[in-house]
Design a protein around this ligand. Sequence first.
Ligand SMILES: [Fe+2]
Length: 355
Amino acid sequence: MTSYLKNWTPDQFQSLEEEILLARHTLHESGLFDDANLIRMIDRHPPQHLGINTMGFDEEILEWREGHRNGVPADVLLNLVRTGRLWINLRNTLDHHPDVREAIDAIYDELEANNRAFQAVDRSANLLISSPGAIVHYHIDVPVNMLWHLRGKKRVWVYPPFDFHYVSQEVIEAVCSNEQVEDVPYETMFDLGAKVFDVEPGQLLTWPQLTPHRVTNLEGLNVSLSTEHKNPRAKRRINVHLANQWLRRTFGLPCRSAEVNGPVAHAKQALARCVRKGRRLLGTEVVRKNEYAVTFKVDPDAAFGFTLLDQPLPPKNRWLPEMFSGQLPAEALATEAAWPQHNQTKDTATVATTA
Ligand SMILES: [Fe+2]
């Protein structure tokens, strides 16, 4: 079987889902993601799973816009991404492109074979094709995710995992219970604690579940495969957050432990499943909708490759003041010195681009 992992050490396999990990792969040399194949994939991909977005120019201002393809052929669209300010997402890539599924299954199988504690079920992937200066704002992902970088260069800020200073417990719970989208409130001060990676083709960057991160493309057409998976522990982590939220809201109990191992975590999982089933029966379950109103159309003649429609940006595409409630203790916002545990400069946090 083809191996797409390059020079992995036993420690790297063991750090999966436990730590922030930068490692090497060879997926970018497979030929699967050259221009001709990208054009073919865009053409073959079901339109309802092809996202076309743009995102403003400021990492502090969430301005995520959904676009209409406007009948633009795949080759023209790819060129507009190369020269404009667009972000294309081929969602559920593994369901529609068997050659990519084969490669990703081979990768996950090899990861599982080398780390007995690592399990990747419910595997999925999004193929991200984005412009040289595109931004992905500060967010968390509910499944565990891994960024396999293939083309171009991007800077990724990864913030401390499992640290409620960066995303409050209430916000994480709201995301896990589908009450809130994965874009979570961002403060520039968070960057003091970030690890910053300039990621190049042939590098994998991954982190523990629910770790906040953001991205700015640095140069070239950027192509990355963002794979996601779950496993019993990842599902339990979501259920523990759900149970904590329900117990505090329903009974005022001081349930704040996010521990995912042990009998209490398993009991919380059982409770969360009952709550979810109950809500389903009562018709009160919140179902996450990632569909955004279309506020621009692709336009080959326009600067940046798109034209805004006469359509207001919906509120959920922005960070709202109420999303910040409980986000940060007041003392953390007061001064940088209030962050001694993350008191490092960007320079010392910058990690070399080789792994
Ligand atoms: Fe992400």
